[in-house]
Design a protein around this ligand. Structure first.
Ligand SMILES: Nc1ncnc2c1ncn2[C@@H]1O[C@H](COP(=O)(O)OP(=O)(O)OP(=O)(O)O)[C@@H](O)[C@H]1O
Length: 583
């Protein structure tokens, strides 16, 4: 009788089909009981030598079997519908929750473990809800009614059937805690192995380059062995559980047969009563046997339930309490006011009180040495986290006033880590705007400097890009991601090292084209190569989490501070004398 609040919560969206599936299962169980009673009456008629009622009784038996044959597929279909509805609701909820907590890393979960919960865990919850739960309801409801019927026929039989039923259903509950613990250990080992395999597959190239594939294989084998041991430990407890249930079912049935024989032998029961007793005794245990059959479905769901609960209640994102559910209609001015932030667990603040304005419809670049806080600042703008102090506002309205969905619709982001889905180039572009026509796709691709290269692909815009865009170069992937962001037509465009994989020569042209395409939008650009941002309307120089200077390229160079030093380093790095760049 394993009930888990997390799984019961997941059942809510599927309440109706689950109730129908349970009602149908009850009806199917009722046809078994009716068939048993009718067969007992038919056998009693044969024993009496009275064949008169036999045709009607046998026709009724056939009717019960036929009804069951009709109800069973209906029940299965309804249960599958209920499971699908619960599964979809649960995955939606978990994905929304994950989306709300920001990047996957923010939840502290490994991607492979998340995949295990979202795919296998939710499948386990489906099996629990659609198969185990209806059967559990029937098992709790039916045997007491059948015991009452047995009591009416032969009260003494209840004395053997009731303890057997109690033993079958309740004895295994004594080690529910152990079962739950073993289930969790098994699930934990499964999640860890899923995460290990995903990371090993994703990191195959660097592992091979570092000659570490052998060590990785050995580590995976060790974790696989851990999962095997957890499976055996779980199976051992599970087998004891089903063993006790089987023993109680067999023992109870045999005891009931003995009571029936004794009643018949002593002449205290008529043949009809004896047959009824034999049939009803067997029917008492049918739901218990059926529940044992669904036991593994239930156990899988229970094992995964804690993982689902952990994900559903994952914290790490800011509260989505804003009421403005539409993004800005025109490009807003973004104001950072004394923004302070320390990453969870970090020893020192990443931002110490950052103040500047990114003017509406203009391009503002954020530059600074590694670790200056540029990415942290963009993360706060996207509300992956909220500042510890100060505030960020758009057109004077705090970001928290907007719903997270509105905010994220209003801000298109291209970061260093681009993600392309295994679909065509056109489909990847249309993720940003499903209704975009071909001309719009081409305009965005031209602005991102990728149009000609797309045309040169085997099927042009219909070319499949492979998993994570494997069929394209890093620079091509980044420019497709840029085109996608332009297509989104959001009033705010954030580029975080968005052209880092593009060659330096091509980069300047792309950035110029981007600036033209994004005219009228508020752009925030982070780039290591200063040549990328020298045409920005405003440049904010960050250093150690503080604003060092704000200005345009010329005034910052003339001021001769950190920016000039960074520019010098950049031009030397690019093979140019520092003086040329300064002019
Ligand atoms: N998730 C994190 N947890 C703890 N500290 C972090 C985290 N992310 C960044 N930091 C720290 O915050 C500071 C600012 O990091 P941030 O990534 O914002 O700098 P950056 O200017 O973008 O650097 P880079 O140019 O190298 O990308 C650094 O000291 C960094 O170590």
């Amino acid at each position: 009788m394993m009930l888990h609040p997390e799984l019961l919560r997941a059942a809510r969206p599927a309440r109706r089909p689950l109730a129908l599936a349970t009602a149908l299962l009850t009806a199917i169980a009722a046809t078994h009981t009716a068939q048993a009673v009718l067969l007992a009456l038919a056998l009693a008629a044969v024993a009496r030598g009275d064949t008169g009622p036999l045709p009607a009784l046998l026709a009724a038996v056939g009717g019960a079997a036929l009804l069951r044959a009709l109800l069973t597929p209906w029940q299965r279909r309804t249960a599958v519908t209920a499971g699908a509805s619960a599964r979809t609701g649960l995955r939606d909820l978990l994905l929304t929750r994950l989306g709300g907590t920001g990047p996957v890393r923010a939840t502290g979960e490994r991607a492979g473990a998340l995949r295990a919960v979202l795919v296998d865990g939710v499948e386990g919850a489906d099996a629990y809800l659609s198969r185990y739960l209806p059967q559990l309801a029937v098992t709790c409801a039916l045997p007491p009614l059948l015991l009452a019927a047995v009591a009416a026929v032969e009260p003494r039989a209840v004395a053997v059937l009731a303890p057997a039923l109690v033993l079958a259903l309740l004895a295994p509950r004594w080690w529910d805690k152990l079962l739950a613990r073993r289930g969790q250990q098994h699930w934990g080992a499964y999640e860890a192995l899923a995460a290990d395999y995903l990371e090993a597959l994703q990191g195959m190239a660097p592992l091979r380059a570092a000659g570490a594939t052998g060590r990785t294989r050995a580590r995976l084998a060790a974790h696989s062995d851990r999962l095997h041991r957890a499976t055996v430990a779980k199976l051992r407890v599970s087998l004891v559980d089903t063993g006790i249930t089987d023993l109680a079912v067999q023992g109870g049935t045999v005891a009931a047969v003995l009571v029936a024989c004794w009643s018949a032998g002593s002449g205290s029961a008529a043949p009809a009563e004896t047959y009824l007793l034999l049939m009803l005794a067997s029917e008492c245990f049918r739901p218990v046997r059926d529940l044992a059959r669904e036991w593994h479905s239930g156990y899988l769901g229970i094992s995964a339930a804690d993982g689902i609960a952990r994900l559903r209640t994952a914290t790490g994102g800011p509260p989505d309490t804003g009421t403005r559910d539409r993004p800005w209609t025109t490009a807003p001015a973004l104001r950072f006011d004394d923004v302070r932030f320390t990453h969870p667990g970090a020893a020192a603040p990443a931002l110490h009180g950052v103040t500047f304005t990114a003017p509406a419809g203009r391009t503002t670049a954020i530059v600074g040495p590694s670790g200056a806080g540029k990415t942290t600042l963009l993360g706060l703008l996207l509300r992956h986290a909220d500042p510890d102090g100060g505030r960020i506002s758009a057109d004077g309205e705090p970001l928290a006033a907007y719903t997270l969905a509105a905010l994220r619709r209003g801000i298109a982001v291209v970061s260093q880590e681009t993600y392309l889905f295994p679909a065509s180039v056109a489909e990847n572009l249309r993720l940003a705007r499903p209704g975009a026509d071909d001309a719009e796709l081409r305009t965005a691709a031209r602005a991102a400097g990728i149009h000609d290269e797309i045309l040169a692909l085997p099927d042009g815009y219909a070319t499949a890009v492979g998993e994570r865009g494997a069929a394209l170069s890093g620079g091509q992937r980044q420019r497709i991601a840029l085109a996608r962001a332009l297509l989104a037509d959001a009033p705010v465009l954030v580029l975080d090292e968005a052209t880092s994989a593009v060659g330096e020569r091509a980069e300047a042209g792309i950035v110029r084209a981007l600036a033209a395409a994004a005219r009228g939008r508020t752009c925030l650009v982070v780039a290591h190569r200063l040549a990328t941002v020298r045409h920005a309307d405003r440049i904010v120089v960050l250093d150690g989490g503080r604003v060092d200077a704000v200005g345009d390229h010329r005034t910052l160079l003339a001021a001769g501070g950190l920016y000039a030093r960074l520019a010098g380093a950049a031009t030397v790095y690019a093979g140019e004398p520092a003086g040329r760049s300064a002019r």
